[in-house]
Ligand binder design. Structure first.
Ligand SMILES: CC(=O)N[C@H]1[C@@H](OP(=O)(O)OP(=O)(O)OC[C@H]2O[C@@H](n3ccc(=O)[nH]c3=O)[C@H](O)[C@@H]2O)O[C@H](CO)[C@@H](O)[C@@H]1O[C@H](C)C(=O)N[C@@H](C)C(=O)N[C@H](CCC(=O)O)C(=O)O
Ligand SMILES: Nc1ncnc2c1ncn2[C@@H]1O[C@H](COP(=O)(O)OP(=O)(O)OP(=O)(O)O)[C@@H](O)[C@H]1O
Ligand SMILES: N[C@H](CCC[C@H](N)C(=O)O)C(=O)O
Ligand SMILES: [Mg+2]
Length: 431
């Protein structure tokens, strides 16, 4: 992507050598240095180091908050964004769901962490709009590929480390190491104290936790009516309430409350007042309808599925899910095992098959399930949802996992409109 810059000798900058030429300079980064010669061969106007772009874009004029972890990045980022806006701070947020500023959607979904120049552009836009904070999700791919090169984080947050993306990182050890590499500097950090796989530089580290002693400790909680709890932060003890469901969301809320407390000069008791205004994230534990009870959630990892199904375990669950193609194969049997152990019935179907054979993905999932008497396989996702809705008995919940707020199904490299929530509404004739 070319970015137009005013008042420079060149008209545009690009991080892609093939876009460079007489009016376009090449922005050299760790990720694209192998294309330097190509940029020169294409007659790039000049070569600019990403560090100089950082200065040009004024990226040090904003406080950047980076959130990594296997699950909960989007939820935690969105909670921080919501709390800061409600407290009156201009704020931007970049992540899986797109780029947002001051309660407006600026760009739709792309990568969880875009390429480095894209992020710099968003930061520039946020600075221009007077934002004080830039909240961003940091994926493990982005850490490994240095898509966060040159960013100075005011605060780094760890949600948790379980399993995902082993197609890319190869071993769980490597995945854990990549996640933890984000926390080796002496900058300010907020770490989930209950995550035994975390390893971080202790300097400037704050923690949050439920089971272990932590700087932000949840002393008591209730999940009876959505959620509520009491947080202790040194001498401060404050209550909060939230409309979010599920034990795992207590962690996301604790991370977000702790983060805002570390970022702004406000009393914790004032911060917790705005917690209840955060209604959660589209496609995460989203109740599509109450009667019959249908819930759509973005769980696409074994731990995510376990957390969500556990949160709903008081009810009999009919679970519809698949696994994405061209992604971690090793998580598939584990996802199968989790679903079969917590559901009354399981409907295994396609997620985004991409370039894989949907039946082969299902076979991988089935590997994890010994007793298949409760399992139905239906590769057509709409039909699988329909089967579950047809089978649903009184008081039972249909839980559709994996795609959350995604509006498309990706088959090969084509996107076909498909939104689990719309499909449910269509099948149930809900306007
Ligand atoms: C596997 C993977 O992560 N690939 C990413 C990677 O692609 P790549 O290594 O093939 O990159 P490349 O094509 O060599 O390009 C590297 C750099 O060289 C430049 N280039 C490239 C070609 C050329 O001729 N000249 C040139 O200058 C490119 O502009 C780029 O700056 O770098 C690209 C640029 O940053 C990404 O767009 C691309 O994401 C692909 C599309 C992707 O699907 N990534 C997914 C797996 C991903 O990153 N997901 C994570 C995690 C999701 C989550 O759990 O939330 C995410 O952050 O979204
Ligand atoms: N703290 C948590 N621990 C475990 N599972 C969680 C947690 N928070 C959310 N989840 C589960 O993970 C799903 C995705 O949540 P969210 O979008 O916040 O995560 P993410 O880390 O941004 O995911 P992605 O890497 O795909 O962008 C949720 O729908 C829920 O099922
Ligand atoms: N950010 C995650 C989202 C997975 C969503 C799921 N629907 C899939 O396609 O696997 C990833 O890219 O792995
Ligand atoms: Mg995300």
């Amino acid at each position: 992507m070319k970015i137009e810059l005013p008042n420079q000798e060149y008209k545009y900058v690009s991080e892609n050598s093939s876009e460079c030429g007489a009016d376009t300079a090449f922005v050299l980064s760790a990720q694209n240095k192998k294309y330097l010669q190509d940029a020169k061969d294409n007659g790039a106007h000049s070569i600019i180091n990403i560090k100089d772009i950082a200065e040009l874009f004024g990226i040090d004029k904003i406080k950047i908050v980076g959130i990594t972890g296997t699950n909960g990045k989007t939820t935690t980022a969105s909670a921080i964004y919501s709390f800061l806006l409600d407290l009156g701070y201009k704020t931007a947020m970049q992540g899986t769901r797109g780029f947002f500023m001051n309660d407006e959607v600026i760009e739709g979904k792309s990568l969880t962490t875009p390429s480095v120049l894209n992020t710099y552009k968003h930061i520039y836009q946020a600075v221009e709009s007077g934002c004080e904070f830039f909240i961003m999700e940091v994926s493990s791919h982005a850490i490994a590929q240095e898509r966060i090169e040159g960013l100075k984080f005011e605060l780094k947050i760890l949600t948790n480390i379980t399993q995902d993306h082993l197609d890319y990182h190869k071993t769980i050890g490597e995945y854990i190491a990549v996640k933890n590499s984000f926390f080796q500097d002496e900058g300010k950090k907020l770490i989930n104290k209950d995550e035994p796989r975390s390893a971080f530089n202790i300097k400037n580290t704050f923690t949050y936790g439920i089971e272990n002693p932590a700087s932000y400790k949840l002393m008591a909680y209730s999940l009876n009516n959505a959620s509520s709890g009491i947080i202790q932060h040194f001498k401060e003890v404050v209550p909060f309430t939230s409309s979010l469901h599920g034990f795992f969301n207590l962690y996301n809320l604790m991370a977000a409350i702790g983060a805002v407390d570390l970022l702004v000069d406000e009393k914790l008791e004032k911060i917790v007042e705005v917690v209840d205004n955060f209604a959660g994230v589209s496609g995460r534990m989203e109740q599509v309808c109450e009667l019959p009870n249908v819930i759509v959630d973005f769980a696409h990892t074994p731990d995510g599925m376990q957390q969500v199904l556990n949160a709903l375990k008081e009810k009999e669950l009919l679970v519809v899910f698949g696994a994405g193609g061209d992604r971690d194969k090793q998580k598939r049997p584990l996802m199968g095992r989790v679903a079969a152990s917590l559901a009354k019935k399981v409907y295994i179907t396609s997620d985004n098959p991409r370039n894989e054979d949907p039946q082969a993905i299902v076979d991988d999932i089935l590997e994890g399930i010994e007793d298949r008497s409760i399992v139905s396989v239906e590769l057509n996702r709409k039909k699988a949802i329909e089967m579950a809705l047809d089978d649903q008995g009184e008081g039972e919940v249909v839980v559709i996992l994996g795609k959350g707020d995604e509006a498309f199904q990706i088959i090969y490299d084509k996107q076909f409109p498909f939104d689990d929530r719309e499909v449910v509404r269509e099948l149930l004739n809900i306007k």
